[in-house]
Every structure is written in structure tokens, then in C-alpha cells.
Design a protein around this ligand. Structure first.
Ligand code: PTJ
Length: 248
């Protein structure tokens, strides 16, 4: 079905189309469509815009990525379907590796997602034949690349369940999460949580990385220092205020 451009919810409907198409192509799982619906509900409450606490998190995330010695961007079915070009551009600007990491893993799906990223311009995509395992994690997400997530000091992930975030933090890594739900385990356990829609957040993160490149290490350290729970509280206050304003 084609979505008329002048539809008031054109952008949102196009996102759904991309995910439905991704499902037909064997990139997105059915559960990914449900996860997107949950995200949409939170985005509705947030106001479908990038709010100030998210901007602060984006700044801290950009500084953290610039300070990292081995950053990795973790890609799942949803993000590959929604924004492959943005992920590839982010990897380039942040000098980060791209790695496919799936909750509902199959070799075939991992291969297809890597292909989507290569078509979007990626030179190397890790995680198709993972050789290492994240300790204390039983889900398929434990399967990682030795040169990628396993040895990374900073991992950026989006639209993800909480278990791996916890396990990565326990391994001593910095985790940057993009998640519309400020109450999720991922949001609470990550080092920096950007509570924003992934396709809105990535261009802003890319822009911020370009802006901050060239800053001194001490300035970047200053910007990277971040109180995640205070920021999540600010997000929840924003949602509470909005709900009060929307009250009929
Ligand atoms: O591709 P796979 O096999 O790795 O599976 C991916 C899914 C998404 C199925 C898996 O990671 C999953 O089940 O995730 P959860 O536990 O449902 O968590 C997804 C989180 O992402 C929820 O907190 C949603 O609110 C949030 N979310 C959904 N869509 C977006 C989002 N956050 C930012 N941008 C979105 N577009």
C-alpha cells in the first residue's frame, strides 16, 4: 500500500512500512514489530520530538564515542530495516566497527542484515560468524565477534532487551543505548541512555560527533561525564508534564 505524502502521520506510517518490508525480507522478526509498537506508544507520550534530556545524552554519547579506543555499533533486525545508511554513516564518523547482534538469531538472518549494511556502504560487518561469547548471558545475543563487541570498550545499541546491556556493563564496557522507554532495564543499566526515536537520534549524534571532533581530550572527558539516572528522571518529568498538559 502506498502512503500519501500529505498524510499527517506520514513519517510514522513509513516507519511501519519499512519494518513490514523488513519482515517480508527476513530481516525483522515478528517480535520486532511488537517492540516497535511499544516504542511508538512511548514516543507519543514524549511528543515525537527530541527533547532536551535526549540532547544532553546525545552530547555525552558523542564525546564518549570520540574518547573510545574500540567502539562498536551493534545492529539488530529493527535498526537494519529502519536506518541502515545512518548506522553506516555513524560508524564512519565515530570510527567504529559495525556488528550484527540478534536476540532471535539465525545465521541466515545475520547474513541478510550484513548484506543490508554492505548495500548501505559498510565495508566490514562483524558478527555473521561469531567466535566469542559474552559471559553470564544465556540468550543468543551472547554470540559476538572477538574483534568487535567482545573486545570493545564502548558499545552503542538500540531497540534492545535489557539482559545484554547488563552483561556488557558487567564486562566493564561503556554502553550507549537508544531506547524510547525510559523505564526499561536497558535504559536504566546503560551508561548513557538516549531516550529518543532511533532515526531522529542518529542524525543528531552524527552531527554532534562532527562538531566535537578536534576538541581536547579534557574537554571531551568533561562532556562525557554523565549522570544517567538523573537524565532518566528528567525524561520522566517531561512525560509527566506532558500528560498533565494533555489531560482533557
Ligand atoms: O532483531 P532481533 O532478533 O535482535 O530482535 C530485536 C527485538 C526488538 C525484537 C528485541 O531486541 C526485543 O524484543 O526488544 P524489546 O525487549 O521489545 O525492547 C525494545 C525497546 O526498544 C523497547 O523499550 C521499545 O520501547 C524501544 N523501541 C522500539 N522502537 C524504537 C525504540 N526505541 C527507539 N527507537 C525506536 N524506533
Amino acid at each position: 500500500m502506498s502512503i500519501p505524502r500529505d498524510h499527517p502521520r506520514y513519517h510514522s506510517l513509513m516507519q511501519r512500512e519499512k519494518l513490514a518490508h523488513g519482515y517480508e525480507q527476513g530481516i525483522v522478526v515478528l517480535e520486532g514489530l511488537i517492540a516497535h509498537g511499544r516504542g511508538e506508544a512511548f514516543d507519543y507520550l514524549i511528543g515525537e520530538t527530541t527533547v532536551e534530556p535526549a540532547r544532553r545524552a546525545i552530547r555525552a554519547a558523542a564525546a564518549t564515542l570520540l574518547l573510545a579506543s574500540s567502539p562498536v555499533i551493534s545492529v539488530n533486525g529493527n535498526t537494519a530495516a529502519l536506518c541502515p545508511e545512518q548506522l553506516v554513516q555513524l560508524a564512519r564518523v565515530a570510527r567504529a566497527k559495525l556488528e550484527v547482534n540478534l536476540f532471535y538469531r539465525s545465521s541466515e538472518r545475520a547474513r541478510r542484515i550484513a548484506e543490508v549494511l554492505r548495500r548501505a556502504g559498510a565495508e566490514e560487518v562483524l558478527g555473521v560468524e561469531p567466535e566469542a561469547e559474552i559471559p553470564n548471558l544465556s540468550s543468543q545475543r551472547r554470540l559476538v565477534s572477538e574483534r568487535g563487541i567482545y573486545s570493545a570498550d564502548t558499545v552503542l545499541l538500540a531497540i534492545e532487551d535489557g539482559d545484554r546491556t547488563e552483561a556488557l556493563v558487567e564486562m566493564g564496557k561503556k554502553v550507549i543505548a537508544i531506547d524510547l522507554n525510559p523505564l526499561s532495564r536497558t535504559a536504566r543499566r546503560a551508561s548513557i541512555t538516549i531516550v529518543d526515536e532511533v532515526t531522529r537520534a542518529l542524525p543528531l549524534l552524527i552531527q554532534e560527533l562532527k562538531k566535537l571532533r578536534g576538541q581536547s581530550r579534557s574537554r571531551l572527558e568533561e562532556l562525557a561525564s554523565f549522570d544517567n539516572s538523573a537524565n532518566l528522571k528528567a525524561m520522566l518529568r517531561h512525560i509527566t508534564r506532558r500528560l498533565a498538559e494533555l489531560e482533557p
